[in-house]
Design a protein around this ligand. Structure first.
Ligand SMILES: Cc1cc2nc3c(=O)[nH]c(=O)nc-3n(C[C@H](O)[C@H](O)[C@H](O)COP(=O)(O)O)c2cc1C
Length: 202
């Protein structure tokens, strides 16, 4: 039995292609009947705080030094870490904004990733991610289409962040591209046609 965390980060609600694609991925996972719990975190309704001077100071503190004020300042960050820790599968929807992830998704990552929490250093000062054996699905919507060989600032970036700072290496990417083209029709079925073939959900 798996726990799923679904991250929504487009402000466009039902009009959003990334929200729809990530919801369809979630449906596919639910159809497998192996799911225990689904937590939906809508970053538009539950906006992650920006890292400001005071909260960054708390991020750098050793956990032994946390006081009541720290707990307050770190409450969103700690809840975010707990949700990821408890999830076996994380489904993340994001629009492409100026080649990168959405602003709330970036803010969510900045709340999640923390030295001493999502990763630690070993004796040789190598980072060791603390969240292994989780699977991440990315659902990325972009107005244009990715040109062959062009840098990928969303999927490659997120894969690197998860690998380097959490230890999660299993990241599967689905894209809906060209959403701003005139006459665009969203063909989710063909985007997800190999979903069960590619993903062994047992
Ligand atoms: C501020 C802004 C920046 C955008 N930047 C890009 C971009 O760099 N490349 C691109 O292909 N589309 C870009 N788009 C188009 C969106 O990626 C597209 O509308 C996508 O479908 C949005 O995702 P959503 O449907 O899940 O909301 C941008 C849209 C906005 C509003």
């Amino acid at each position: 039995m798996k726990n799923i965390l679904h991250i929504i980060s487009s402000a466009r609600g039902d009009l959003s292609y990334s929200n729809r694609l990530s919801s369809l991925i979630l449906e596919k996972l639910l159809q497998q009947h192996t799911i225990n719990k689904v937590v939906v975190r809508n970053l538009i309704k539950d906006v992650p705080p920006y890292a400001d001077e005071v909260s960054i100071h708390e991020f750098y503190k050793h956990p032994a030094l946390y006081d009541e004020q720290s707990k307050k300042l770190l409450s969103y960050a700690n809840a975010t870490v707990d949700e990821v820790r408890q999830a076996d599968i994380i489904v993340i929807g994001t629009p492409m904004f100026n080649l990168g992830v959405s602003t709330p998704l970036k803010a969510w990552l900045d709340q999640l990733i923390r030295a001493g929490v999502t990763y630690v250093f070993d004796e040789q000062w190598n980072r060791v991610g603390q969240f292994k054996s989780k699977k991440v699905y990315l659902a990325i919507a972009s107005g244009g289409r990715n040109t062959e060989g062009a840098p990928d600032y969303i999927s490659d970036y997120l894969k690197d962040v998860f690998r380097s700072y959490t230890g999660i290496t299993d990241v599967e990417t689905y894209r809906i591209e060209g959403t701003m083209e005139s006459g665009f029709i969203a063909d989710y079925e063909s985007i997800l046609k190999d979903f069960y073939a590619v993903n062994d959900l047992s």
